[in-house]
Design a protein around this ligand. Structure first.
Ligand code: LER
Ligand code: MN
Length: 276
């Protein structure tokens, strides 16, 4: 088994996020990039509501100057702040969600990164009509994914817990959905916080679905920084090492006691537990 670390660490960031958004660096984009680099992260994840309101060129330059990469652009703020959703009853809102994803894909292409989609898949209002909504999700996502693929951009579809989205909460369900509907250029985003709620075993789910894994969110069981809870993080990191994972492991957790401390404690733990 290969054990050298091929994956890179990144940290979630946003400008002026809500108190419970799981992002750690919360100044302007440029300052967040500098701070992540100073802390020893190899990438930074940016949470954005509307890509048209963001200066992507400034972000690109800041990355270049600080030898940093954007690990991914998270899209959930478009759901949290505007209610955009791929299975909304109102067709105009569904269309707006797809159009927004295309603009996100343009931004991702400019920054050489991927799109992270989780909350935009929304809640099924009537689970008796499950297939109807699943098909609706597949239709919207396929349109966005075809557009993204034409720009060379991949989508990472996240398995999020039942309290944030009431369907497809486990890694295998996301992987099966992508295959069943032949959604192009799309892989699975696994997040320890959600997996700890939904999976029988986080490490088994990771192993069983490793072939479909494209991006990984890390936090401890209580969504605090790694080392502050009881998730089996040592086993999880060992599995990622053993399987030769080569994507990003991105720290997405709560600002407890504060974002800076959590980001510093997190990178210390992650580097320590993956040192060869
Ligand atoms: C987004 O990556 C995520 O994990 C959600 O739980 C944010 O609320
Ligand atoms: Mn996540």
């Amino acid at each position: 088994m290969e054990t050298g670390r091929r994956f890179r660490f990144s940290v979630a960031s946003a400008v002026n996020p809500g108190v419970n958004e799981p992002v750690l660096l919360t100044e302007g984009f440029v300052e967040n990039i500098r701070e992540a680099a100073r802390m020893g992260y190899e990438g930074i994840e940016i949470h954005v509501q509307d890509p048209d309101a963001v200066d992507a060129e400034q972000i690109r330059r800041a990355c270049q100057e600080n030898h940093m990469n954007i690990s991914g652009i998270a899209t959930g703020l478009a759901y949290a702040k505007e209610g955009l959703c791929l299975i909304h009853e109102d067709e105009r809102i569904r269309k707006k969600a797809v159009e927004r994803l295309k603009r996100f894909a343009d931004m991702a292409a400019r920054l050489g990164t991927v799109l992270l989609i989780g909350r935009l898949k929304g809640d099924i209002p009537d689970t008796k009509n499950y297939t109807y909504y699943e098909q609706m999700l597949a239709e919207g996502l396929a349109e966005a994914a075809h557009y993204a693929a034409s720009k060379g951009v991949w989508i990472m579809l996240e398995a999020i817990n039942r309290y944030e989205s009431n369907y497809m909460n486990r890694a295998k369900e996301i992987a099966d959905f992508i295959k069943r509907y032949s959604i192009p250029a799309t892989k699975v985003l696994m997040d320890v916080f959600h997996m700890n709620i939904e999976e029988a075993s986080v490490t088994d789910a990771l192993r069983d679905n490793f072939g479909e894994l494209g991006y990984f969110h890390i936090a401890d069981s209580n969504r605090m920084y790694p080392g502050a809870g009881h998730a089996p993080l040592k086993d999880i990191l060992k599995t990622l090492l053993d399987y030769g994972y080569s994507g990003y492991v991105s720290l997405e957790c709560l600002r407890i006691p504060d974002g800076r401390t959590a980001a510093l404690e997190g990178i210390k733990y992650l580097k320590d537990k993956t040192r060869q």
